[in-house]
Design a protein around this ligand. Structure first.
Ligand code: AMP
Ligand code: ZN
Ligand code: FE
Ligand code: FE
Length: 300
């Protein structure tokens, strides 16, 4: 079992279509993949349709014997999203899995967040435009399929690359778009404790993404993780390239003490980031627990 439950498509800031993420997951030898675009579920249907095709089911079925009794599905899809949150000046990412996307708390949040993302990205572009030949249209041109409401720094980075102002996304994040840069504007976002509540109310499981990522400014305090656990947090990413190796033993201990499920993920973004599918994985027992908790089925 190779389970990687954290990936992004063009519906947010990845570079593969949702169907291409599913194909890449199969090619990378994953048995279960999670699609977790930032603040949207727009990629779910296309990803699900592709997984059904891969497994020889659904409308595309040509041969009833294609899915033979003991072979089982080739690839399984866990539908999710990565919610941008903020706590005490720290950017926090909360993964939600198998929740009902039509639940008013979730649907209203995505609508509000889309407006907030556009406002904030425009502010960053205004600051950059004072010194660089960059327009809002240049940034919109970099949305590779997603709606304008998913715009973020990666799309501004891509516009800077297209203009020849930086070499690649990572160079943009290290310079003009770094949180320490004068052009930076933080994203107004809900508190993670509230987002955990919404995900739980919508029948899903909330999993804290890369809590010890140092590139995000201050890292999240353990006390906040304790508070989130009390609010119904299901799990926490331990094995993620942005959690430094040195902090992982203490994080594992904390996660075990709080009776949270431990996750490992790639955070694949296509060619937008070096992260490779399956570079970190989630234990199969954790996936079983996730399936018990989630309101939605895993797609096969
Ligand atoms: P934002 O949410 O707009 O502040 O942008 C941060 C997002 O950029 C994170 O969710 C990352 O997934 C994404 N990102 C994409 N490429 C990079 C990169 N090369 N370095 C840092 N973050 C990146
Ligand atoms: Zn991202
Ligand atoms: Fe993240
Ligand atoms: Fe992510």
């Amino acid at each position: 079992m190779t389970i990687d439950l954290h990936t992004h498509s063009v519906e947010s800031d990845g570079t593969d279509t949702p169907a291409a993420v599913m194909n890449a997951a199969l090619a990378a030898g994953l048995t279960t993949v999670g699609l977790t675009d930032h603040d949207t579920v727009a990629g779910w249907d296309a990803a699900a349709a592709q997984v059904r095709r891969i497994n020889g089911g659904g409308a595309e079925r040509v041969d009833a014997g294609a899915r033979c009794a003991n072979a089982g599905p080739k690839l399984r899809l866990v539908r999710g999203a990565e919610f941008t949150c903020r706590e005490g000046g720290v950017s926090v990412h909360m993964l939600g899995y198998l929740f009902d996307p039509t639940h008013p708390k979730i649907a209203d949040h995505f609508t509000r967040q889309a407006t907030a993302r556009i406002d904030r990205a425009k502010e960053i572009v205004e600051r950059l435009a004072a010194d660089l030949p960059l327009t809002w249209e240049d940034v919109l041109a970099q949305l590779k399929g997603g709606a304008a409401g998913v715009v973020g720094r990666p799309h501004i980075a891509d516009a800077l690359v297209a203009k020849g102002l930086v070499a690649d996304r990572s160079a943009a994040f290290a310079s003009y778009l770094s949180a320490a840069s004068p052009y930076y504007v933080p994203q107004r976002s809900p508190r993670p404790v509230d987002v955990v509540g919404w995900i739980v109310d919508a029948g899903g499981a909330a999993v804290l993404a890369h809590p010890k990522a140092p590139s995000r400014g201050k890292v999240l305090e353990d006390s906040v993780i304790c508070e989130l656990a009390e609010a119904g947090l299901f799990g926490c990413e331990i094995w993620h390239r942005d959690n430094p190796e040195s902090v992982r033993p203490a994080l594992e201990e904390l996660v075990a003490r709080l009776k949270l499920c431990p996750f490992g993920s790639s955070d694949y973004h296509g060619t937008g980031k070096p992260n490779l599918l399956g570079e970190n994985c989630t234990p199969s027992e954790v996936l079983s627990e996730l399936e018990k908790v989630g309101r939605l089925e895993v797609v096969v």
